[in-house]
Every structure is written in structure tokens, then in C-alpha cells.
Design a protein around this ligand. Structure first.
Ligand code: TYD
Length: 203
């Protein structure tokens, strides 16, 4: 089963991805954790380019680089792992491009993005996406003061991205589950684990 985590920077999604992976491993499942961009040598190099505050990246180039990293990660790592029957937990997947580049940078319409994602992933989509939701100001306070290139975009950008995430969840309620990221991490984790356990049991 393929699970992704989404949320604005500082939402706590990476903590939740790790807690879920640990819990499922403790149940004896074989779990692969990946992060986007990254997860492969090529992906990590693309990540370094994209997050470098010293780079001036055209938004269209930005979208294509995130998509290129994703295509490589799917082909080299995610697809083989799913074929082997493992659970794959991705810290970000194509929804990040829809909301950060599509809505945040305002450069692409949903129909066009859908085709790009389908191409980059060969049609692979998560069965479940946990959207860890917190207000933009809460997330900003949780982030480290050293902003990377994406984080330097400012509060208005993050408000747009958060709203786009919530729109996406409304559009795809069967896949995207909004989880309130305000409670303590353990409480958020309990909710996610119970949903994932039900799905893994075929429910
Ligand atoms: P993330 O791994 O969440 O950052 P961190 O390691 O700082 O927690 O994501 C890196 C940044 O890349 C984040 O600002 C979101 C952005 N991003 C996009 O804009 N589009 C994408 O398609 C992806 C995967 C990430």
C-alpha cells in the first residue's frame, strides 16, 4: 500500500510519517520511507538545487525539477517496493506540486498538472494521503529560523498553499484525509494509525 503525507512546512507531517512507519514496522510490516524531493542520489542532488537560497529558479523549471525527481523516485524505488508487497510511506508526493507550484506559484491549471503527474509517476497514486493541517502562522513558528529557498516565499504564499491543500482534500475525499495538526504529536499519530490499520486490514 502506498501512503503519502502532505502539509505546509512546519505542519509536523514528517514527524507523523516517521511515527506511522515505526508503528507499522512494530506490527511486523515491511515499510519503505521516502521523502520528496530526494530519496535517491539524483533526487537528493535535485533537492539541494531546489532548496538552495542562492538559486534563482524559474517557476516552470521548478515544477519540472520536482517532477523529474518524482519520476526517478517512482521508477527506481517506490514501484519496485510496492511490487514486492511493502508499505511505502512518502513524505510529500504530487499533491505538493499541485499546491506549491500550481497554486502557490500560480503557474499551472489542474487539468494540465494532472497530466504531468500522470506522466511523471506512470499513473501511480497514493491509496491514502494524510494532510496534516495547521494555520500558516502556527507552521511558521514551528519552522527553524533558517529559511530554505521555498520557505523564503513568505506568509501569503503559505496561506495560499494551505487553502489549496484544503480544496484538494474537498475534491478527493476518498483519498485525502485532513488531520488536525494542532494537538500533541502522539494524539495526531493515534488518529492516523487507526485509519491506516483499518485500510491495511482491507476495511
Ligand atoms: P520538505 O521535505 O517538507 O522540507 P523540510 O526538509 O524543510 O521539512 O520539502 C521541501 C520543500 O519543497 C518544501 O518547501 C515543499 C517544497 N516542494 C514543492 O514546492 N513542490 C514539490 O513537488 C515538493 C515535493 C516539495
Amino acid at each position: 500500500m502506498f501512503i503519502s503525507f502532505e502539509g505546509i512546512d512546519g505542519s509536523g507531517k514528517s514527524t507523523q510519517a516517521r511515527l506511522l512507519a515505526d508503528a507499522l514496522r512494530a506490527q511486523g510490516l515491511s515499510v519503505l520511507e521516502v521523502r520528496e524531493p530526494g530519496g535517491t542520489r539524483l533526487g537528493e542532488e535535485i533537492r539541494a538545487l531546489l532548496l538552495d537560497p542562492g538559486q534563482d529558479v524559474d517557476p516552470r523549471a521548478e515544477l519540472l525539477l520536482f517532477s523529474a525527481a518524482r519520476a526517478h523516485l517512482v521508477a527506481s524505488t517506490i514501484a519496485p517496493s510496492l511490487e514486492a508487497g511493502e508499505v511505502v510511506i512518502a513524505d510529500r508526493f504530487f499533491d505538493s506540486s499541485t499546491v506549491y507550484q500550481g497554486a502557490g506559484r500560480g503557474i499551472a491549471n489542474p487539468r494540465w498538472l494532472h497530466s504531468l503527474h500522470e506522466f511523471a509517476t506512470s499513473g501511480l497514486s497514493p491509496s491514502r494521503t494524510y494532510l496534516v493541517d495547521v494555520p500558516a502562522d502556527v507552521a511558521a513558528a514551528r519552522r527553524s529560523p533558517e529559511a530554505d529557498r521555498m520557505e523564503a516565499a513568505g506568509q501569503e504564499f503559505y496561506q495560499t498553499v494551505r487553502a489549496a491543500y484544503l480544496d484538494l482534500a474537498r475534491a478527493e475525499p476518498n483519498r485525502v484525509l485532513v488531520v488536525d495538526g494542532m494537538p500533541a504529536p502522539e494524539a495526531v499519530h493515534t488518529l492516523i494509525l487507526s485509519d491506516a490499520s483499518r485500510l491495511l486490514a482491507g476495511g
